[in-house]
Design a protein. Structure first.
Length: 536
């Protein structure tokens, strides 16, 4: 006999068996998150192999890399709110299946167009998985103290996934062809589907009424346009180009119409009254500011390590590894820190630590200083993860339990938008500080200086073509200009982080651990669980 049994999750400390089952659910959710986080970065090291095999054009190559995060960010609200209506586990399992199928198509893609389509489908699957994991976690851990620990583990896994992606991709490329970076998803999905069906509870929001399809499409279209326009800005293209302005205008218009519709609709997708809660709106703002200030620095730091210090890609990854390790430590210690210091002090101190690390890194020059980089990256990783953990936990706890999917989608969307805007903003600051210093290098023609002003890599290429003393002078000037631009960018980033510390003062001073209302979830029937365990 199979089926489901409707139960109630009550705000009381569970018995030992139930407590253990919740932590097993957390493991399943973390595996899901790990796959999505790894897939966001695993392709980066495979781009040269893909280019050599499929021969994509410049625009096709751009879409191969960007279509996954673009589609994923656009659909987070759609699938997060859909899970609140039809069941979060159902959406999560559908995401597993789609992710596995899309991975197989991507691995054996014969053309660039097929790979773009497969990557887009991976983005759809990722958008189904990401908010579902966080919203199910919100339901499975009704006690805030336990949920804080669970969110810390969840965020630590996200940090691991982002770091493991390039390392895993590099290992697979050394032994197999580029499609192997996608094939690794399939066995994990084949295991996750039956395990998730057996172990994960079904839950949905208690709201009645039809799902607002038009509103969901407006949100998806608006986010797609906004993220696409921001990515165009971050790519170094002209800010007034139609390819930048039109997506931004269309996205902003659709998002404004979406907000207007949600305020008037009798059954809105997202209850905008959540933003009236200072803790919720402040947490979302802190997530945006943290990513806005820091994500662009990762790209600039990689260029600094490779082009200025002359490190190899592997050495660069190893230099950045302490940042990830420190972020993992902060995630695992986050629950204890939150109980002791409260959301306000935790997020505020996290911002201040990160700002201090960024200011410390302004001492970087054209010569290698390994101890400085190590200390700066460790404090940077710990401070950033402390900030994000406190903000995510406060956002989840301040959202109504029946709207956990929508709240999780808002958090993930703010993360993606902050990252995209940060790349565009800090990239613009970097270019503005870097380029002017190359316009009057002695012995270098003006056309060569203009070409060198596009990027440090381009400057090295121009210097190689010039050769002689002029090429050496241009190389030195470009390296010095890049370091100057890096310092200016770090100062701007530190200013944004200090603004985030001020914003965090609106968060609650102490961690409230009061009882939550009863939330209906569907658990697998006892006999079905027992039979599945015997079969296993």
């Amino acid at each position: 006999m199979s089926g489901t049994t409707t139960a109630a999750v009550r705000p009381r400390r569970p018995e030992a068996g139930a407590d253990a089952s919740r932590w097993v659910v957390l493991v399943v959710l973390c595996v899901s998150l790990l796959l999505v986080a790894v897939d966001a970065t695993v392709l980066h090291v495979a781009v040269p192999a893909v280019t050599q095999d499929l021969r994509p054009g410049a625009l096709e190559l751009l879409w191969i890399v960007d279509v996954y995060p673009l589609v994923c960010a656009s659909l987070l609200i759609l699938f997060g709110t859909l899970g609140d209506r039809i069941g979060r586990r159902r959406v999560l399992l559908l995401g597993y299946g789609l992710f596995g199928v899309a991975s197989a198509v991507a691995a054996f893609a014969p053309t660039a167009e097929t790979l773009i389509l497969a990557r887009a489908l991976l983005g759809v699957g990722g958008a189904m998985i990401m908010p579902a994991t966080l919203s199910i976690l919100r339901q499975v851990f009704p006690d805030r103290r336990e949920r804080a620990l669970a969110v810390g583990i969840w965020s630590a896994v996200a940090a691991v996934g982002a770091a493991v992606g390039p390392l895993l991709g590099g290992f697979l490329l050394e032994h197999f062809w580029w499609g192997a970076v996608f094939l690794v998803n399939i066995p994990l999905m084949l295991v996750s589907l039956p395990v998730g069906r057996i172990l994960l509870p079904e839950s949905r929001g208690g709201r009645s009424g039809p799902w607002d399809v038009v509103g969901a499409l407006m949100a998806a279209g608006g986010l797609f346009g906004a993220v696409l326009g921001v990515k165009q800005l971050g790519g170094g293209g002209p800010p007034l180009s139609p390819f930048t302005v039109l997506p931004l205008l269309a996205g902003a218009t659709l998002l404004l119409l979406f907000v207007r519709r949600q305020r008037r609709h009798p059954h809105p997708l997202v209850d905008l009254r959540m933003f009236r809660r200072p803790a919720f709106s402040t947490s979302v703002g802190c997530i945006v500011l943290a990513m806005l200030a820091l994500v662009g620095l990762e790209l600039i730091a990689a260029q600094y390590l490779q082009l200025v210090l002359g490190l190899s890609p592997l050495q660069t990854g190893l230099r950045l590894l302490p940042l990830t390790v420190a972020a993992m430590a902060a995630g695992l210690a986050g629950a204890r820190l939150l109980r002791r210091f409260g959301p306000r002090r935790m997020v505020c101190v996290g911002f201040l630590l990160t700002a201090a690390a960024v200011l410390t890194l302004t001492a970087m020059g054209t010569a290698d200083n390994a101890p400085l980089l190590l200390g700066g990256f460790v404090v940077l990783g710990f401070g950033l993860e402390t900030t994000l953990f406190g903000a995510y936990e406060s956002m989840l706890s301040e959202s109504p339990a029946e709207q956990a999917g929508g709240a999780a989608a808002i958090g993930e969307t703010s993360y993606q938008l902050g990252a995209g805007i940060g790349i565009a903003l800090l990239g613009t600051v970097m270019n503005a500080a870097y380029a002017p210093n190359l316009r009057s290098v002695p012995g270098v023609p003006r056309h060569a200086s203009d070409a060198a002003g596009h990027s440090l890599g381009e400057a090295y290429a121009v210097a190689g073509r010039l050769g002689g003393s002029a090429g050496a002078a241009l190389r030195r000037a470009a390296r010095d200009s890049f370091v100057h631009g890096l310092h200016v960018t770090l100062l701007v980033s530190a200013g944004l982080l200090l603004l985030g510390a001020v914003m965090a003062l609106r968060l609650p001073r102490v961690m409230q651990c009061g009882a939550e209302p009863v939330v209906a979830v569907e658990l697998p029937a006892p006999r079905e669980v027992a039979e599945s365990r015997v079969t296993a």
